[in-house]
Design a protein around this ligand. Structure first.
Ligand SMILES: Nc1ncnc2c1ncn2[C@@H]1O[C@H](COP(=O)(O)OP(=O)(O)OP(=O)(O)O)[C@@H](O)[C@H]1O
Ligand SMILES: [Mg+2]
Length: 383
């Protein structure tokens, strides 16, 4: 069991608030990814979970037991650091064995030599470092060292694994491979993982739960697809997804009992009713916008001047300038679009996100399917 419960957790460093009033429930067996830009407090939060850093305020419980004041060695948690610290004078085998020789001090479990060897060989095989067991760390590549560091946490089979950017030193191919190995290990072990990264692809591919952090605070908690499909703020919307979600300024107001959005050169009806007029940012993912061919329509249409075109082989990404925003459109491969062209791009209300420009927070709304059809059928409403 390894359910982690965090309440009101905070940590400041001489006036700098690194982690600010974090409340978070991590269920047993979850792969929880803490995601956010550099300096948002990921490592600080993880080190408090590991017992390496004292919180300024708040509490941490594992399986319902408050461990806030318990020393690190008594928490039954293994941590893989951002800068993996291996013992330089010990072979890979001895590095992996070390946590096993220590474990009995606080778990009461003692493994004999053969059991230790079996455990080490199993972990080494899973991480593809079995052929390196006799080497010293200095004779390993950065990626190999990193996998040894991961292995050292895995051999102990603790209640929870804490990992701080464990793949950051690997090249792209190895990162993809190790990502899959970690996911497979997580499924096999069924243990709780708390994994820190600023790489959204790692977060999307491995997490069962993503926690997006911004300046020490939680912006959103959800499954990868929740966070992608319904970002709670413009911060999350633009942090997750590459290329980032397009954001266009628009005013939301009501005219004759219909709530409308009005942008620099576009407009659309949203729903029947009234609203206190406000400035919004409307969001659309690049894959939900399309370059309109002759006679094609979108619920919302705008003109962009093409600034660059990226040919990726399987798709084409077009970057352009609209009246008051940069716009990126991602679609099927085409060779027909050139830099400097003025093209019309469209998007459908079903894929439109609305954020309050003042607070950045998401506004929940549902397009009325009948309204959407009417809007696209009547050019006067869309342009
Ligand atoms: N020991 C310290 N003394 C002073 N300030 C610190 C200390 N540790 C962290 N901070 C500050 O706390 C904030 C959060 O740091 P933290 O290391 O948790 O960020 P992070 O999200 O892990 O970033 P990165 O992705 O760069 O590793 C930063 O502003 C950092 O400068
Ligand atoms: Mg960090």
């Amino acid at each position: 069991m390894g359910a982690i419960s965090i309440t009101g957790l905070a940590r400041s460093f001489k006036g700098t608030v690194a982690v600010d009033a974090v409340d978070l429930e991590i269920a047993d067996g979850e792969f929880c990814v803490l995601l956010g830009p550099s300096g948002c407090g990921k490592t600080t939060l993880l080190r408090m979970l590991a017992g390496l850093l004292e919180p300024t305020a708040g509490a941490i419980a594992i399986d319902g037991v408050d461990i806030t004041d318990r020393p690190s060695k008594d928490r039954d948690i293994a941590m893989v650091f951002q800068s993996y610290a291996l013992y330089p004078h010990l072979s890979v085998y001895r590095n992996l064995e070390f946590p096993l020789t220590q474990a009995h001090k606080h778990t009461g479990v003692t493994l004999d030599k053969a059991q230790r060897r079996a455990r080490i060989e199993e972990v080494a095989a899973a991480l593809d470092i079995g052929h390196l067991l006799d080497r010293l760390p200095k004779a390993l590549s950065g990626g190999q060292r990193q996998r040894v560091a991961v292995g050292r946490a895995l051999v102990r089979e603790p209640k929870a694994f804490l990992m701080d950017e464990p793949l950051s030193n690997l090249d792209a191919a190895l990162r993809t491979q190790t990502r899959q190995e970690l996911s497979a290990l997580h499924q096999r072990l069924g243990a709780t993982f708390v994994y820190v990264t600023h790489d959204q692809v790692e977060a999307m591919t491995m997490a069962t739960k993503i926690v997006v952090l911004n300046k020490g605070r939680i912006e959103q908690v959800g499954t990868p697809l929740d966070v992608y499909d319904r970002p709670a703020s413009t911060f999350v919307a633009t942090f997750i997804g590459s290329p980032a979600m397009n954001l266009l300024p628009a005013r939301i107001t009501d005219i004759d009992g219909v709530v409308r959005l009005i942008g620099a050169d576009f407009a659309a009806d949203l729903w029947d009713g009234r609203v206190d007029e406000f400035e919004a940012l409307i969001g659309a993912r690049p894959e939900h916008m399309r370059v309109l061919g002759h006679g094609e329509r979108g619920d919302i249409e705008l003109a962009i001047q093409v600034a660059s075109v990226e040919q990726l082989g399987h798709e084409t990404i077009v970057y352009g300038k609209a009246a008051d925003a940069d716009v990126c459109v991602r679609g099927a491969r085409t060779g027909d679009i050139r830099v400097g062209d003025i093209v019309r791009v469209g998007l459908d209300l079903a894929h439109l996100h609305i954020f309050d420009a003042a607070t950045g927070r998401r506004l929940e709304w549902q397009p009325d399917p009948t309204d959407a059809v009417e809007a696209s059928a009547d050019p006067a409403l869309t342009y």
